[in-house]
Design a protein around this ligand. Sequence first.
Ligand code: CP
Ligand code: NVA
Length: 306
Amino acid sequence: MKHYIDFHEDVSFEDLDKMLDIAVDLKAKTKAGIPHPILAGKTLAMIFTKSSTRTRVSFEVGMYQLGGMALFLSNNDIQIGRGETIYDTAHVLSGMVDGIMIRTFKHSDVEDLAKYGSIPVINGLTDDQHPTQALADLLTIKEHKGGLKGLKFAYLGDGNNMANSLLQACAKAGMDVAIASPADYTCPDKYVNQAKKDAEVTGSKILMTTDPFEAADGADVIYTDTWTSMGQEAEKAKRVEIFKDYQVNSKIMGVAHKDAIFMHCLPAYRGYEVTEDVIDGPQSVVFDEAENRLHAHKAILVNCMG
Ligand code: CP
Ligand code: NVA
């Protein structure tokens, strides 16, 4: 059975190529209006204990376009919100649906769902990782740059769930990865070591630094994410102070490659992690990136549930 929980563990080099190929094919079919009911009759339960616009819409629309259906289960409505265990939920859902997508706080809850259930589990974001976004981001970079291997990818800001998954994914794709974060907010060693291992195989370089200009220097992709992730709202004022030197603005874009693209998983907070002129400017590909959630997620669904 194929889960999609952790990019490093669940996506082999071969899987990555295969899923990107499926995403490209299904995107073309979607644009041409060619039906592709690969998951006809299949159902996906989508559990959300955190908010979502893109992840919810893309998985729900994606299942519909694949001929199946998706159920939106918010923790305000299902019994998880009243304390029903992951163990019981995993068993119950395994008897009724063909797959589960879950967005929640604790990464171990997603792992437990997979451990106790008997159907594929897809990680729609945890405090530690955001692997579905990472695949859509690779698809977007490939489309805009014509390939992945050998490009320099720079991420500036919080070493959060997004940074961890991008580090895993970009290293697996053979890109040079540079991450600039304040010393106490860098990605955990576990992810850095995984990326370094993959980089040894592909011949790429991994740079972890506190200097945003060193990371951005000559980069083909400049990426940032919110400084205050879901669940950290109480720390917002403190975080704005800590991350202010990591803002992506015209000075940062000026040291990147002249054809560099700007990416952000969204939602974005203009004037904080990115200035308006950059995110709404000619180098920004954020809306292509958001659309590619649909196409990449369909590839994940086909790979896990097909
Ligand atoms: N990027 C992303 O996951 O967006 P949502 O929170 O809207 O799903
Ligand atoms: N790091 C952000 C990503 C949102 C898609 C968060 O966890 O809130």
